[in-house]
Design a protein around this ligand. Structure first.
Ligand SMILES: [Zn+2]
Length: 373
């Protein structure tokens, strides 16, 4: 089941997050001041292609089609969102809109379309009055030839053509292209925004899962709604309609939070054998030691923050639960500032070494040995 596609927003009003982008685009549609080309940049899974399709939908929606009058484009009735029911909107949703050309620069699909652009053909829409919309995903991977063809078109943009470029790596896009587009930076979604969307999906799919557990899934996705939704789909495939904490930890490889606490507690109390045993226990249970080390660094940072600003504990307890927040607070009182910095630098070295170590446990074992002398 592809939840991400099934629950793609059908109109701007359904988009979670990226308010700055949505508002500006809707304003542009409403006032008829659309740019000829947009560049959506930002991390994966943050809604770039979803919003590109929405924009394509909104400009050609039959309930609010933009009219051109001389140079000015007017939007009737101030409409600024797709209706999601007219045949034009449905065509976009079902992936059969003739006026929407989706090009994946990474896989070379649709490159011929860009060649055709340079030749000046296939410019206008099949339907009078409609926009021809080109969505070019991973546009930093366009070939040199295709980039130049695109640039030429952007220099003298034909009427009623809209380009929407998307990329995770804007610094690799030709600067001459970037200077001719309106750029929007997409942000990672917050845990709350992801939870909000997951709640809707879970309720429509009739999945029994409590909010705290959705939060676990959301946190693991690190700002990518697509990752969160595909992990939820994985869990449904694995567990069916009822998803508990154990299933989430098993399927997503989430390391139980108390392991972090135990690690710092043991190292701080100079319990070398127990600390080494903990690492091998984690390794043998199939959990990823790179993730564990990353989690340790995150935990150490929280201890540092808790020392500097005890009032942040409230934020931690909202995010991690009361119990974990108390444990962090306890460690913050036990370990002094120097001790934490020593821990962090040993863990950072371990994290680097993990990438090249032939034996996965070794870097953490070295860190433990360094810290407990
Ligand atoms: Zn419509």
């Amino acid at each position: 089941m592809v939840l991400y596609r099934k629950y793609r927003p059908k109109k701007f009003a359904e988009v979670v997050g990226q308010e700055h982008v949505v508002e500006t685009l809707q304003g542009a549609i409403k006032t008829g001041r659309l740019a000829h080309a947009y560049l959506f940049t930002g991390p994966r899974g943050t809604g770039k292609t979803s919003l590109a399709r929405l924009l394509a939908k909104a400009v050609n929606c039959e309930k609010g089609q933009l009219r051109s009058e001389g140079d000015e484009i007017l939007s009737p009735a101030g409409r600024s969102d797709a209706c999601a029911v007219c045949s034009s909107c449905k065509e976009v949703e079902e992936g059969r809109a003739m006026d929407l050309v989706e090009i994946d620069a990474a896989s070379n699909r649709g490159i011929d379309e860009i060649r055709a652009l340079r030749e000046g053909t296939r410019f206008s829409s099949m339907n009078a009055g409609k926009y021809k919309v080109y969505v070019i995903d991973e546009c930093h991977q366009l070939t040199k030839e295709a980039s130049n063809a695109l640039l030429k078109t952007l220099e003298e943009p034909p009427a009623k053509i809209l380009f929407i470029l998307a990329t995770t790596e804007p610094h690799k896009v030709l600067p001459t292209i970037v200077s001719r587009v309106q750029k929007f930076d997409f942000k990672k979604l917050t845990t709350d925004q992801i939870v909000f969307k997951l709640q809707r999906v879970a309720s429509e799919e009739k999945i029994k899962i409590v909010k705290d557990h959705l939060r676990l899934i959301a946190r693991q996705a690190e700002g990518s709604l697509r990752d969160a939704e595909s992990n939820l789909a994985k869990l449904i495939a694995f567990r069916g309609q009822e998803i508990d904490e154990e299933a989430i930890k098993e399927v997503l490889g989430i390391i139980p939070f108390n392991f972090y606490h135990d690690f710092f507690h043991l190292v701080h109390n100079q319990k070398r054998t127990e600390a080494l045993n903990l690492v091998s226990q984690i390794y043998e249970s199939g959990l990823d030691l790179e993730n564990f080390t990353k989690g340790l660094l995150d935990y150490a940072r929280r201890i540092l923050v808790a020392r500097a600003n005890p009032s942040d504990l409230n934020a931690f307890s909202v995010e991690l639960g009361e119990d974990s927040a108390q444990k962090i607070s306890g460690l913050a009182k036990e370990i002094d500032g120097k001790g934490i910095l020593k821990l962090i630098s040993a863990l950072m070295r371990a994290q680097q070494d993990l990438k090249i170590s032939p034996i996965p446990q070794l870097p953490l074992e070295i860190a433990i040995t360094e810290l407990i002398d």
